[in-house]
Design a protein. Structure first.
Length: 93
């Protein structure tokens, strides 16, 4: 691919955009987070690692709270949640 002189760009921002488009550089995690927040998507989705666009904040908060529980309580909660999800999917709920 022929190189384009930096004088062909009217601004540093355009040059950075061109570099990113050509995959010569990747944005930092901080920049990627800001982009994901602005687009209201997850970083996984932005990076192409997930088909799910976003997870609502209530779900994320619940996941964090579950993660802090005693392992025995977590196990019981997972059993209950899996039962409810299974029944909802099969129409038994």
């Amino acid at each position: 691919m022929p190189r384009i002189s930096s004088s062909a760009f009217t601004s540093r921002r355009q040059q950075n955009h061109w570099t990113l488009q050509r995959s010569e550089a990747s944005p930092s995690v901080d920049v990627a987070k800001k982009i994901a927040d602005a687009l209201e998507v997850s970083l996984d989705y932005l990076a192409g690692s997930s088909d799910k666009v976003s997870v609502d904040k209530q779900t994320l908060k619940l996941i964090d709270e579950i993660d802090e529980l005693d392992p025995v309580v977590k196990e019981k909660l997972f059993f209950l949640a899996n039962t409810v999800i299974r029944d909802a999917k099969t129409g038994k709920a």
